[in-house]
Design a protein around this ligand. Structure first.
Ligand SMILES: Cc1cc2nc3c(=O)[nH]c(=O)nc-3n(C[C@H](O)[C@H](O)[C@H](O)COP(=O)(O)OP(=O)(O)OC[C@H]3O[C@@H](n4cnc5c(N)ncnc54)[C@H](O)[C@@H]3O)c2cc1C
Length: 373
């Protein structure tokens, strides 16, 4: 029997991307180890909070469309294998208030780009006027100049379920799992890498570093500044039961001003009592360990006053709960995939900047294929 601590492949960090790559690598028949500092899925990284939007016309970049499409295929494959519903295709809308160009995730004119990419990539969609949208979505007070993009195949993913399903499937194919085990240091050795962890040393011929916001821990200090760690708050706002049924809504995104923070998005109500919604923030707190993990009443009130009030009906200014999560943000909001330490046998990935989950299944597959080459 070989050394039980020696593997062909190791995935460091089993969040959205890492769990996907872990599963895809496990199909190769090679020995695969997955290590995480916590016990995924967990609430310390970027992949928790019940739901993530998925949409095919990805305004962040036309080249991401293929990844989103392939991910949809993989989510369906995973559902067929596991019998669990990871993706809900409830449709999605993008509302542009029509006053200032909507800038999002580094893309000016985000609404127009989305429409353009949908047309070019033959993604089924419609454009609605505010008047037409009012019939379908009476909760939104869309200004007269507003415009609405609607995509049938958009919807939401269940991030925790996606991660646990991929980890379970990988383990059922023989991959080994090491949780609550931070990798403290990686040293390149002859023929591979030595991973120093709190549970001793592991050896691996090839590695994938998919450690989310902790990517910085594996980079020299000059490279760490490429990644901002931006605290985000998810709110579960109470529904006004007298004013309509939020369970039939699509996923929705609304850009209402020129700043990236002039933005709100949300989901259909999953429990009939609350709607999960959020805005975005791009203040850098430096490192996930420095993140303030609790949400104050003042923060909830500010969210209501500046993002919801006057724009959205059918909700009460009451919060069931709020949770903290974080984005890992690059300057141009694009993902980072590169060799680590100059070695083609070590890949580093950060599917970041607040739009990575919908791509994670296909990105994991792509990374696995790259490592297997
Ligand atoms: C509030 C919020 C809303 C979002 N909404 C959307 C959305 O609607 N649609 C969308 O597509 N995307 C969305 N995103 C973005 C998406 O969720 C992220 O891009 C994606 O989850 C990032 O996944 P990851 O694998 O890079 O990081 P994570 O999922 O955070 O995984 C990193 C893993 O690495 C582990 N790790 C770290 N350091 C070590 C170490 N030293 N040793 C071992 N393990 C380690 C961590 O414990 C963690 O499990 C949102 C993000 C947030 C925060």
């Amino acid at each position: 029997m070989g050394n039980p601590k020696k593997f062909d492949f190791t995935v460091i960090g089993l969040g959205a991307v890492g769990s996907a790559a872990f599963y895809q690598l496990s199909k190769s028949g090679k020995s695969v180890l997955g290590i995480d500092r916590f016990n995924p899925p967990h609430e310390m990284g970027s992949s928790h909070g019940e739901t993530r939007i998925t949409r095919l016309a990805v305004g962040e970049g036309e080249d991401y469309v293929a990844l989103a499409k392939r991910s949809h295929e993989i989510w369906k494959e995973l559902e067929a294998k596991s019998g669990k519903q990871i993706m809900s295709t409830c449709g999605g809308i993008l509302i542009d208030s029509g006053e200032d160009p909507w800038s999002k995730h580094g893309s000016e004119g985000f609404w127009e780009r989305t429409v353009r990419f949908a047309q070019k990539q033959e993604i089924s969609h419609e454009i609605l006027t505010p008047e037409e949208a009012k019939d379908f979505y009476p909760a939104f007070n869309i200004p007269e100049k507003g415009k609405i993009y609607r995509e049938k195949e958009a919807g939401f993913l269940r991030p925790e379920l996606a991660i646990s399903t991929q980890i379970q499937l990988a383990c059922s194919l023989g991959a080994k799992l090491q949780t609550n085990c931070p990798v403290l240091k990686i040293e390149e050795t002859v023929g591979g890498f030595c991973l120093k962890t709190t549970e001793g040393e592991f050896w691996s011929e090839r590695i994938l570093i998919s450690s989310g916001g902790w990517v910085k821990d594996f980079l020299p200090s000059k490279d760490r500044q490429r990644f901002k760690i931006c605290r985000q708050i998810l709110h579960w706002v109470k529904v006004d039961p007298e004013l309509g049924d939020w369970s039939q809504y699509p996923v929705w995104m609304w850009g209402f001003g020129p700043k990236p923070e002039d933005f709100i998005y949300g989901f259909p109500s999953l429990d009939g009592k609350t709607v999960k919604m959020a805005t975005e923030s791009f203040l850098d707190c430096g490192h996930p360990d420095a993140l303030a993990r609790t949400v104050s009443l003042e923060e909830q009130k500010l969210f209501w006053d500046t993002k919801v009030k006057g724009k959205i009906k059918g909700l009460l200014p009451e919060f069931l709960k709020s949770k903290v999560c974080f984005y890992t943000v690059t300057e141009d909001a694009r993902f980072v995939v590169e060799n680590w330490n100059g070695s083609s046998k070590a890949q580093l990935v950060s599917a970041c900047s607040g739009h990575g989950f919908k791509h994670s299944a296909a990105l994991g597959e792509k990374l696995a294929l790259q490592l297997l080459e």
